[in-house]
Design a protein around this ligand. Structure first.
Ligand SMILES: [Zn+2]
Length: 79
């Protein structure tokens, strides 16, 4: 799964216009232009929230995989 293409909704700190950014933009701390006030929004990830989110998503997928593996073992075909 490509987390970089996940959309995140943010609010412009100046005009409160909602903008959609990609996880990738946030991860790279990109500057986006607000469609409301045309101002620059510097994406800040000083808490490394992106990396934390990525770890959490990876853990959730692992859990899902484990659950399916268990299910596969539970369902056996008998003749
Ligand atoms: Zn704005």
């Amino acid at each position: 799964m490509d987390l970089d293409r996940i959309e995140i909704e943010i609010e412009c700190p100046r005009c409160s216009f909602f903008a959609k950014i990609l996880y990738r933009d946030a991860r790279l701390r990109d500057v986006i232009i607000c469609r409301g006030c045309k101002g620059n929004i510097q994406l800040d990830d000083h808490m490394n929230a992106c990396r934390k989110a990525k770890r959490q998503v990876a853990a959730a997928f692992q859990e899902l995989e484990d659950a399916f593996a268990k299910l596969n073992k539970a369902i056996t075909l008998r003749f």
